[in-house]
Design a protein around this ligand. Structure first.
Ligand code: PEP
Ligand code: MG
Length: 876
């Protein structure tokens, strides 16, 4: 028989795979002797089993849950469903990796009509008893039975209006009792059955609901964004309730050992008195801040601070904790390594090293590479900011600058963003269902909530700009307007806000590029560079992009897509003239126009890279992207070539391909039109010679890369053209400059025959965009149309074009490296597909022994850090 359930006393922090993060840490805190209400954890394996059994909890697991409930009764001295001394529990999710707010929680479970009456009488606090019961009905209905929250919220609002009060806490025991009855009636109306009275039924249904919530849409989106496999499942924690809603000496709160926004070593906590945890997270009332806690609850403050220090020292990382105060007594409900901004992550890692708590390796491992993106986020142009009208201020919840048209729902944000509109999402408060809209918006502004409200936590994690808790906003969500700073704003009006200051401005403001001018960033990057073994290059086609990449630490160009050099201005005309040629002479004439343009571009790249390696990939234009399409364009080409419009149209129609992605592109172009290869070789070599001459202090070794090779003879054919042309150029110049000719590996056949190809290719660079396309057999341009169904059916968990498919494409790469090195032991291997900037894919590349990854300029720091982490983990 498997063991599906563990008491907190049976676990520890190393068991997070089995117990989830929350369960493992509750066990660890128990072991540390901290005040943790006791309970048990139903394992992640039970969750996986639940799905394997067709979304059923099998009898063995149910049996163990019941047994452990008995054990919990013994530990607490209370009894589940008992009128005298009832045990009430919370039921919470807890995956291996923390997924804040993505899954479900049920509090106050175990209550029924009899128990609530009993505790109301016995506690002398009927208001508390009925508050618990109405919350339980509300949560159970919403989470377990999926009756919408709105019915209950409407009833609460009506009750508050009838009683003439503003806050939930102003409702008295009788009001809450009446509400509980109204809720039960609503439950029956919605579901046609009575609210369950039996605590065991409530428990099993709640556990099922938490397992089910692993598969809810927001959890699925979160997992995709954060690389959390579906197969992990969530654990369920069943824990004795402690009550923050017992009156003014009770409360619920959250604390951070350091500031999660700036990283400052400053204890941070907030408490909402007479409330349960959900109220804090939802941000419904604005909580009491640290100074007030210190002043009004000095004992709690001291105890909390001491626990925080213990936990930070124990975990050697910034902790994010949840706690409850029950009638003046403190209980810890959770601790975890806190989510943080990139700025905070860098500062905390650095400070912990300075404080002697961690070493450099751990510091490098502690910074989430993807998080660095946020450092590169924009801010407002200072001169504009000085002139802008400040209309309000909220909490600076997540850095960045947002400017856009106001929308009031996540749905609208998603739609508008899909249409290419810049929008900002303005809400009273956000809830986890809003995640997709929050992601689509430029920023999120909320009227309610603190630094730890859902909006703040999620936005920080996503790297989106967020200003939270701007209580000056007078919101009218129904009419989609709000008042702030003397203005009334409606949907479509434009505002701007700054997630680093909390300032909100009227009208649009220009957002300027972010900066990494930060000492902590420089230090961590320096350490990362010490540990990583792979080089990081960049994919850049313009000197500006290349310069940015070098500034961000790129050590060379891994991919210059020469066809991209024709996108701008009137260059496309020359390119079209080349495509629309029907004789060699005509094509050579067009190529003569292109040659100086290419040479000039390459010179600038060589100059920008100052002697670092530059890999120039020969033309690989899917022709349909370049052929003239409008009458005007066709006329222009006809005029330039002295042909009729009909003649050009005839050429265009002869160029038509049914599947251009698998068509006449890459090395196939030079096979059919060798003059293209000749022109490009001349351009590369002449540019390199000129720059070498101007800068004798550099050693320039141009790398020419042939795309879309699938056969060694094809590689040899093109290489021979390159070598003949290059050698003639070098001879004419009297130069002994070295150059290399290599290939992209982006066709499965190239992997299968890599030993042969390596006879001709001096280096391999994996073009995993095409390799993914060709391995899966679906188009990189069209896959988006059907991938969402694949996610829905769990056929794929991620887009294989952004995260490398290690099981398929990755295996081909592995084979290619092995076979290639059998032929050429020192074969230099890299990757330049989009995956080169994706941290998990970078880690995989490290395991393959690649020499470098190449990615877009803004991802260079991410790749540097990811490569360092991969090296550290691989050597551990
Ligand atoms: C690739 O296919 O991965 C690649 C880098 O080339 P491109 O995206 O230009 O086809
Ligand atoms: Mg390609």
């Amino acid at each position: 028989m498997s063991k599906w359930v563990y008491l907190f006393t049976e676990g520890n922090a190393n068991m997070r795979e089995l117990l989830g993060g929350k369960g493992a840490n509750l066990a660890e805190m128990t072991n540390l002797g901290l005040p943790v209400p006791q309970g048990f954890t139903i394992t992640t394996e039970a969750c996986t089993q639940y799905y394997e059994d067709g979304k059923q909890i099998n009898d063995e697991i149910i049996g163990q849950i019941k047994d452990y409930m008995k054990k919990l009764e013994e530990i607490t001295g209370k009894k589940f469903g008992d009128k005298e001394n009832p045990l009430l529990v919370s039921v919470r999710s807890g995956a291996r990796a923390s997924m804040p707010g993505m899954m479900d929680t049920i509090l106050n479970l175990g209550l029924n009509e009899d128990v609530v009456e009993a505790i109301a009488a016995k506690s002398g606090n009927p208001r508390w008893a009925w508050d618990c019961y109405r919350r339980f009905i509300q949560m159970f209905s919403d989470v377990v039975m999926e009756v919408g929250k709105k019915y209950f919220e409407t009833l609460i609002d009506k009750m508050k209006a009838d009683r003439g009060v503003k806050q939930d806490v102003d409702l008295n025991a009788d009001d809450l009792k009446e509400l509980a009855n109204q809720f039960k009636a609503e439950y029956k109306k919605q579901l046609g059955q009575d609210f369950p009275e039996d605590p065991e039924t409530q428990l099993i249904e709640a556990v099922k609901a938490v397992f089910r919530s692993w598969d809810n849409p927001r959890a699925n989106v979160y997992r995709r964004d954060n690389d959390i496999p579906y197969s992990w499942g969530t654990a369920v924690n069943v824990q004795e309730m402690v009550f923050g809603n017992m009156g003014e000496s009770s409360g619920s709160g959250v604390a951070f050992t350091r500031d999660p926004a700036t990283g400052e070593n400053k204890f941070y906590a907030e408490v909402l008195m007479n409330a349960q945890g959900e109220d804090v997270v939802a941000g419904v009332r604005t909580p009491m801040k640290i100074d007030a806690i210190k002043e009004k609850l000095p004992k709690i403050y001291d105890q909390l601070l001491s626990i925080a220090n213990t936990l930070e020292d124990h975990y050697r990382d910034m902790q994010d904790m949840e706690f409850t105060i029950e009638e003046g007594k403190l209980f810890m409900l959770q601790t975890r390594n806190g989510k943080r901004t990139a700025k905070a992550a860098l500062k905390i890692a650095n400070d912990l090293v300075k404080e002697g708590k961690i070493d450099k390796k751990k510091a490098v491992l502690d910074v989430e590479p993807r998080n660095l993106d946020t450092l590169l986020h924009g801010s407002f142009v200072k001169s504009e900011l000085d002139k802008a009208e400040l209309i309000g201020k909220g909490l600076p919840a997540a850095p960045g600058a947002a400017s856009g048209k106001i929308v009031f729902t996540a749905e609208d944000a998603k739609e508008a963003a899909a249409d290419g509109e810049k929008v900002v999402l303005v809400r009273l408060e956000t809830s986890p269902e809003d995640i997709e809209g929050m992601k689509a918006a430029q920023g999120i502004l909320t009227a309610r909530g603190g630094m730890t409200s859902h909006a703040a936590v999620v936005a920080r994690g996503m790297g989106s700009c967020c200003v939270a808790g701007c209580s000056a906003i007078e919101m009218d969500e129904a009419n989609r307007t709000f008042k702030l700073g003397g203005h009334t704003y409606s949907e479509g009006d434009v505002i701007s806000f700054d997630g680093s200051t909390g300032n909100i401005y009227d009208g649009p403001l220009d957002v300027q590029e972010g900066s990494i001018d930060d000492e902590d960033f420089a230090t961590i990057m320096e350490w990362a560079d010490e540990f990583r073994t792979m080089q990081v290059r960049t994919n850049a086609d313009t000197p500006e992009d290349a310069a940015k990449a070098v500034e961000l630490g790129a050590e060379g160009i891994g991919l210059c897509r020469t066809e991209h050099m024709f996108f701008q201005g009137d260059r496309i005309d020359a390119f079209r003239e080349m495509i629309c040629s029907d004789t060699v002479e005509e094509r050579e004439e067009a190529l003569d126009k292109i040659l100086p343009l290419q040479q000039g571009d390459f010179e600038k790249l060589f100059e920008t890279l100052a002697g670092r390696p530059v890999t120039i990939r020969f033309l690989d234009p899917p022709l349909h992207e370049f052929v003239p399409t409008t009458e005007e364009e066709i006329q222009k080409v006809a005029d330039a070539k002295g042909k009729t419009v009909e003649q050009i149209k005839a050429i265009i129609s002869s160029l038509h391909e049914f599947n251009p992605m698998m068509g006449h592109r890459g090395c196939r172009l030079t096979v059919t039109y060798p003059e293209i290869g000749v022109m490009q070789t001349k351009a590369v070599i002449r540019a390199a010679l000129n720059v070498q001459k101007a800068h004798p202090e550099w050693t320039i070794v141009p790398e020419i890369m042939i795309p879309l090779v699938g056969e060694v003879k094809e590689m040899k054919f093109v290489k021979d053209i390159v070598v003949k042309t290059a050698d003639a150029e070098l001879k004419a110049a009297g130069s002994d400059m070295q150059y290399k000719v290599g290939t992209m590996i982006e066709i499965p056949r190239a992997c299968l025959t890599a030993d042969e190809i390596a006879k001709e290719a001096e280096f391999f660079c994996f073009g995993t965009n095409d390799l993914t396309q060709m391995t899966f057999g679906f188009s990189r341009d069209d896959a988006g149309k059907f991938l969402s169904s694949y996610y829905d059916h769990k056929i794929y968990e991620n887009d294989p074009f952004s995260r490398l498919d290690q099981d398929g494409v990755g295996q081909l790469m592995k084979m290619a490296v092995k076979k290639g090195k059998e032929t050429r032991a020192d074969l230099h291997c890299g990757i330049c597909g989009e995956h080169g900037g994706d941290p998990t894919s970078v880690e995989f590349c490290n395991s393959l022994g690649l020499d470098y990854v190449s990615c877009s300029p803004f991802r260079v720091p991410i790749a540097r850090l990811a490569a360092a982490q991969a090296a550290i983990k691989q050597n551990a």
